[in-house]
Design a protein around this ligand. Structure first.
Ligand SMILES: Nc1nc2c(ncn2[C@@H]2O[C@H](COP(=O)(O)OP(=O)(O)OP(=O)(O)O)[C@@H](O)[C@H]2O)c(=O)[nH]1
Ligand SMILES: [Mg+2]
Length: 435
């Protein structure tokens, strides 16, 4: 895994009694070593460590922050900056996506992952097999399409990729999202350039995504630039983040080339795809400090007992109601869960609560009796009808709210088990000088 020693270095640093100059120097040295191992460009590493050092030692301490927290915040900010400015925006709307890249980069696998991503968000997806060079490319994509619940179009025996794409677009016109998988080469050459240009003409993609594997490290920059000047790219997918130590080099070099990283691939499975978010990526890297951020926010908007209660699984519908407002001010519960060290273990999408939805839910809960709040199982069809009437909503919405509450409760219960006992939480908070 990428930057695998970073967590250790951070832990060592936070375990020290004082965050003095020596401790900061040691931390910077460890960060440098890890970045160089991850194949981050040496001049980036130097700039980054200079900035951390300068700010950590010279900046005035912000109110309410210990020197340690201050340093960790700086490390967090600086790392997120070199790994990309902001979270990628992936619009869920009808579109055509063309996947391009060199041999073995992960194009076909990622095509299926992207299909799964959009299908899960309610769009009908179709895949076109336009790799006419690799043996069995047709079958590979066909199988992947089935796994992803996507329609499939390909023509065995036709060696004209652009023609297949034209036909495919027609045959898949009932699909909202069409993704075309193209052939790779050893390197960008005239032949590949010509083939991709022809495919583009036939396909008219809204997004052309370059797929690069993490293990090429900082040469991702050069590859992004080459593909961009040959055919134009809208974004990059960095695959194999799970299996390469050089992901940090790949991510930072794309960011330096102003190539937007849209997704990262984190495994061979169809669900192993994440919308790239430098901040949460760094949070995962640093592990515990993110929790301190979370708790800092938590401290501002929610009192500690309540936060603990929420994480301990003692989570009634009443709590759901009481805390909804506070949760939305923390960025929504899914945001909070995302930030926890095990947040990525959660099923995708399980709690997409929008602001608007939250306020509708609150009205629904207000129309319930105390008894119903403590035991939602009481809510049968006639009660649901009464609640819907009282709140000016529909029975369907009432049921949906209860379902989401149950999902939330299930998750809270899970956390309360092995992952997030009060003792652990206290220990972590202590580590970060928070109590
Ligand atoms: N660990 C890991 N393996 C991946 C990931 N993405 C793809 N792979 C593996 O990488 C190998 C190549 O993936 P493909 O999707 O076939 O790559 P491609 O770019 O379509 O390759 P060509 O069509 O031959 O150019 C396969 O064994 C995939 O399972 C990832 O995110 N993590
Ligand atoms: Mg392929």
């Amino acid at each position: 895994m990428v930057f695998e020693n970073l967590k250790e270095s951070i832990k060592d640093f936070t375990g020290l009694a004082v965050a003095d100059k020596k401790a900061i120097e040691e931390l910077v040295k460890n960060i440098q070593r890890d970045m160089i191992r991850a194949d981050v460009d040496i001049s980036l590493v130097k700039d980054l460590s200079d900035r951390i050092r300068d700010k950590a030692l010279e900046e005035d301490l912000p109110k309410n922050l210990s020197r340690k927290e201050h340093v960790l915040n700086i490390v967090y900010d600086e790392l997120s900056t070199i790994l990309g400015e902001k979270k990628a925006e992936v619009t869920v709307e009808p579109k055509r996506i063309l996947m391009i890249g060199l041999f073995g980069a992960g194009k076909t696998t990622t095509t299926a992952k992207i299909a799964d991503y959009y299908r899960k968000r309610g769009l009908k997806v179709g895949l076109i097999a336009a790799d006419v060079h690799r043996p069995a490319a047709y079958e590979q994509l066909e199988q992947n399409a089935e796994k992803a619940g996507a329609d499939f179009y390909g023509e065995k025996g036709n060696s004209d990729a652009a023609e297949i794409v034209s036909n495919g677009v027609e045959k898949l016109s009932h699909c909202d999202v069409i993704v075309t998988d193209s052939a790779g080469r050893d390197s960008m050459n005239k032949e590949l350039e010509k083939e991709l240009k022809n495919i583009e003409k036939a396909f008219k993609p809204d997004e052309t995504l370059l797929v690069v594997p993490a293990d090429i490290g900082q040469s991702a920059k050069e590859q992004a630039e080459t593909f961009n000047s040959a055919v134009g790219i809208d974004g990059v997918v960095v695959t194999k983040m799970d299996s390469s130590a050089k992901g940090g080099g790949a991510l930072s070099s794309c960011a330096a080339a102003d190539a937007e990283i849209v997704f990262i691939g984190t495994g061979e499975g169809i669900k192993d795809l994440e919308v790239y978010d430098p901040e949460s990526f760094v949070s995962d890297l640093l592990g515990v400090p993110d929790l301190s951020n979370l708790l800092e926010k938590a401290r501002e908007s929610i009192d500690e007992e309540k936060a603990m209660k929420m994480l301990e699984g003692d989570f009634t519908l009443k709590d759901f109601f009481e805390q909804m407002e506070q949760m939305s001010s923390m960025g929504g519960i899914d945001k909070i869960l995302d930030k926890l060290p095990f947040g990525d273990k959660l099923p995708d999408n399980v709690l997409e609560m929008q602001e608007q939805q939250i306020s509708r839910y609150k009205v629904i809960i207000k129309s319930m009796t105390d008894g119903e709040m403590s035991d939602p199982k009481l809510i049968n069809a006639s009660r649901a009808e009464r609640i819907a009437k009282g709140s000016g909503t529909s029975k369907k919405e009432v049921r949906q709210m209860i379902k989401q509450y149950r999902q939330a409760k299930n998750m809270m219960d899970k956390f309360s088990g092995k992952n997030m006992r009060r003792g652990n939480m206290k220990k972590m908070m202590r580590q970060f000088g928070m109590r």
